[in-house]
Ligand binder design. Sequence first.
Ligand SMILES: [Zn+2]
Length: 75
Amino acid sequence: MTTPSPDEAPICSARGCRAPARFQLRWQNPRLHPPERRKTWLACPEHRASLGDFLDARGFLREVVPLPGSPTLGS
Ligand SMILES: [Zn+2]
């Protein structure tokens, strides 16, 4: 069993993907979860659309928020 260390970069939740996550997809299944409950998937830019579409097609997707803490280049 592996314990994620807090200072490790979050990884995309898509199956088999090891890319750093850049987005949080916050969702809720009304048949399983109370209205205030939010589940969170993490997504890299490549999987943000496919994971989002998967949730949206089922009416689960509530919001997508950018992950803070991404290193910014330049400036
Ligand atoms: Zn990914």
